[in-house]
Design a protein around this ligand. Structure first.
Ligand SMILES: Cc1cc2nc3c(=O)[nH]c(=O)nc-3n(C[C@H](O)[C@H](O)[C@H](O)COP(=O)(O)OP(=O)(O)OC[C@H]3O[C@@H](n4cnc5c(N)ncnc54)[C@H](O)[C@@H]3O)c2cc1C
Length: 322
């Protein structure tokens, strides 16, 4: 039976919306393979997360609630997830390709002796998974031949699953791990607090590149971002130059995003940057070079000096918004 088990992420007692595309994948996959869509939630004091998780139409929500699982550690979570995969009759174990999933899923696949496909874009009738290669220039079909299959799902390629009526079974996962014997210990987590929304969850992103010429240029982008309560993004060139922190990098080696609106300002449109943002619903590019490749993917393009165009745009939008 082709059950699909999704590892759900949560934070501060709430399900993270990054998991919703993986739920959508699981529904499709299980539906096509005659199986069920299941969710696994791991952590401590999970009451509200479990309630929320049970609103997405899963046949069963598996709950591993244990003090030892409070802090995330790949070692402990992988052991528990592998057990849940066996108990749930899963054919595929998946999660959205976040930083956590990239850390956790390879370990789960090792524990299950499963083949793994990372960052999949979809799957076909034969059950082959599509994966991007060469920074998204080509897509390959990957067949996983092991009984268990482990995949991470590119979040921008699946519409987030909507809430349906709550319901579905819940099942406790017995956690019989000796946490003291783990080879790693969680010490502390230092979160970078930001007033702005998280990049992967923002509806609007204002991204800057080398053309911003430095921190001052990014301050201009802040003014535009303030209007939309947008997240700030950046190219690797801007990050490498030290103008913005590296958790703002969008692209092949940064974050994959697909907001409703993406501003690409002073960004050339290198293939590695496009790999992370080209699924955005509307792309607006401002670049002084009319040949810049970013215009090939932009819905709206403005050939202009950003230092003149962005302040003007801010004023005009403010007038329209009143
Ligand atoms: C393995 C690998 C992985 C990579 N991963 C990533 C990744 O994840 N994300 C990423 O972004 N890059 C990544 N890169 C780097 C990528 O190849 C590019 O070098 C980078 O995206 C370029 O950034 P940029 O567009 O800011 O700079 P540039 O390519 O230098 O472009 C700057 C643009 O600004 C414009 N400009 C300059 N002044 C102005 C002005 N006053 N007004 C308006 N426009 C102006 C220019 O016309 C130009 O088009 C990766 C590269 C490799 C090899």
């Amino acid at each position: 039976m082709g059950n699909a088990l999704i590892i759900a992420e949560h934070k501060d007692g709430k399900l993270r919306s990054v998991s919703l595309p993986a739920f959508a994948f699981a529904k499709d996959y299980a539906g096509q393979r005659g199986g069920e869509f299941h969710i696994l939630v791991m952590g401590h004091n999970l009451g509200s997360v479990v309630e929320e998780a049970s609103c997405y139409g899963a046949a069963k929500v598996h709950v591993a609630d244990n003090e030892g699982l409070g802090p995330y550690l790949a070692e402990s979570h992988a052991a528990v997830a592998a057990k849940a995969a066996r108990d749930s009759g899963a054919e595929v174990v998946a999660a959205t390709a976040t930083a956590m999933a990239k850390d956790l899923l390879p370990r789960i696949s090792a524990k299950l002796g499963a083949g793994m496909a990372s960052d999949i874009l979809g799957f076909n009738d034969q059950g082959y998974f599509q994966r991007p290669v060469w920074a998204g220039s080509a897509v390959v079909d990957t067949e996983i031949t092991t009984p268990f299959k482990v995949v991470t799902v590119r979040g921008t390629e699946f519409e987030p699953a909507p809430k349906v009526a709550s319901g579905g079974d819940k099942a406790d996962v017995t956690v019989d791990l000796d946490f003291g014997s783990l080879k790693k210990r969680f010490l502390n987590f230092e979160e970078i607090k930001s007033e702005r929304p998280e990049l992967t969850e923002a509806a609007v992103i204002v991204s800057g590149g080398r053309g911003t010429k430095g921190e001052e240029g990014f301050k201009l982008l802040d003014r535009l971002a303030d209007i939309f309560t947008a997240a700030i993004g950046a190219t690797r060139a801007a990050v490498d130059a030290g103008w913005v922190p590296n958790d703002l990098q969008v692209g092949q080696t940064g974050k994959m995003v697909a907001p409703d609106l993406y501003f690409a300002i002073g960004i050339s449109g290198a293939i590695q940057h496009l790999a992370g943002m080209k699924s955005s619903k509307v792309i607006v590019a401002i670049n002084k070079d009319e040949e810049a490749p970013i215009f090939n993917v932009a819905d709206y393009g403005l050939v202009a000096d950003l230092f003149k165009a962005v302040p003007e745009l801010v004023e005009e939008i403010k007038k329209v918004k009143g």
